[in-house]
Write a protein that binds this ligand. Structure first.
Ligand code: NAD
Ligand code: ZN
Length: 341
């Protein structure tokens, strides 16, 4: 097992990679625990959960909204949750985002921890202290920055994950390689077949590399004023596609990264050859690299991105594979690029 730490504003958050769900009791207080999970995770793993009340939410991004929060707050009150209650989120990114938000707001905040059960949650969603829900068509509009006490990444839980969810996780892993680490990109190129077959040695290396990059960036900028925005590479267009076409997060990020790389090329930053290399690797990992969604729908959705400061967007560009930078551009500039795709 490997342990990493994030020093948050009010606590040290530990990430245990390679720990097992069966050891969870070691990390929990002795009583007052409530589990938040989703229907799938409950179906597969409830028999291995510690014996505490379970609140289970329905599946899918459409669940990540305020009415789900209301249902959970009601259940917490019914169960008798108080300020000593500890919330344990067991699930993918959606469960982590919701459980973290609920814990951070219920009675002005109770302690919480996660067992991340998807690859995407293990490398990204459970790490870094961003928790929140969507509001109307605005993605992640209502949220808090608040670090969990711990995150457990038990790789054996990935065995029941549908393959498409493994691919979704790889979208974020490739994101880290693209923004920060060229040799990680090359490593994935050389090992992609073994990686998607969940080869332990390769997967654990990629999960650890991803977590290290995220921790390093978050540590420098917990509240996303500057450097943390690099983690949004591919997400400006990705989030717009996610909303417009109801595409899963990882797949939308894959499309968003291809377009962000092409936009970087159009601006003269990255070579055409490297753009092709990026699309080719995403394609090998069964992630989408092209779509036929109407540009004006994407632009409408972009206008609703909460990260946009009026007409100016902080866009993450690639200089080359493994090197990124943030540059302010106008929404108009990005819209023109999208229209001409
Ligand atoms: N807070 C952050 O920093 C952050 C970062 C990245 C993504 N996110 C958010 O994460 C969400 C996507 O997360 P996700 O891709 O994990 O989706 P998800 O939580 O919907 O999980 C994907 C599917 O896998 C199922 N599942 C989960 N674990 C399983 C297991 N071990 N075995 C079998 N099935 C399992 C789930 O029930 C679900 O159907 C998005 O809402 C995105 O915005 C947040
Ligand atoms: Zn993401």
């Amino acid at each position: 097992m490997k342990t990493f730490y994030i020093r948050g504003k009010d606590r040290l958050s530990a990430i245990y990679v390679g720990e097992k769900i069966d050891n969870i009791k070691k990390y929990l207080p002795h009583k007052n625990i409530i589990i938040i999970t989703d229907e799938n995770v409950k179906k597969y793993y409830a028999s291995r959960f510690p014996d505490y009340p379970i609140i289970s939410i329905p599946l899918g991004e459409k669940t990540k909204n305020i009415s789900t929060l209301e249902t959970i707050y009601h259940k917490l009150i019914t169960i008798g949750a108080d300020r000593q209650t500890f919330i344990l989120g067991i699930g993918g990114g959606i469960v982590c985002d919701i459980a973290g938000f609920v814990a951070s707001t219920y009675m002005r905040g109770v302690k919480f921890g996660f067992i991340a059960t998807t690859l995407l949650a293990q490398v990204d969603a459970s790490i870094g202290g961003k928790n929140g829900v969507n509001f109307n068509s605005y993605k992640n509009m209502i949220g808090v920055f608040s670090q969990p006490e711990f995150v457990i990444c038990d790789l054996s839980l990935l065995k029941t994950l549908p393959l498409k969810e493994i691919y979704n996780g790889f979208a974020e892993i490739i994101k880290y390689a693209l923004i920060e680490k060229q040799d990680m990109f090359e490593y994935i190129e050389s090992n992609f077949k073994k990686a998607i077959n969940l080869n332990h040695e390769i997967l654990i290396k990629l999960i650890i590399d991803s977590i290290k990059i995220k921790i390093d960036i978050v540590q420098k900028d917990e509240k996303e004023t500057n450097k943390r925005q690099k983690l949004n590479f591919g997400h400006t267009i990705g989030h717009a596609l996610e909303k417009t076409a109801n595409i899963e997060h990882g797949r939308a990020v894959s499309l968003g990264m291809v377009q962000a790389a092409n936009f970087s090329y159009a601006k003269g930053f990255i070579s055409k050859k490297q753009c092709k290399q990026i699309a080719s690797l995403l394609n090998k990992l069964n992630l989408p690299v092209s779509h036929n969604i109407n540009g004006s729908l994407i632009i409408d959705a972009l206008k609703k991105d909460k990260k946009r400061h009026e007409e100016i967007i902080n866009f993450v560009f690639l200089k080359k594979i493994g090197a990124s930078f943030i540059k302010k551009i106008s929404l108009n500039d990005l819209s023109n690029f999208i229209k001409n795709q």
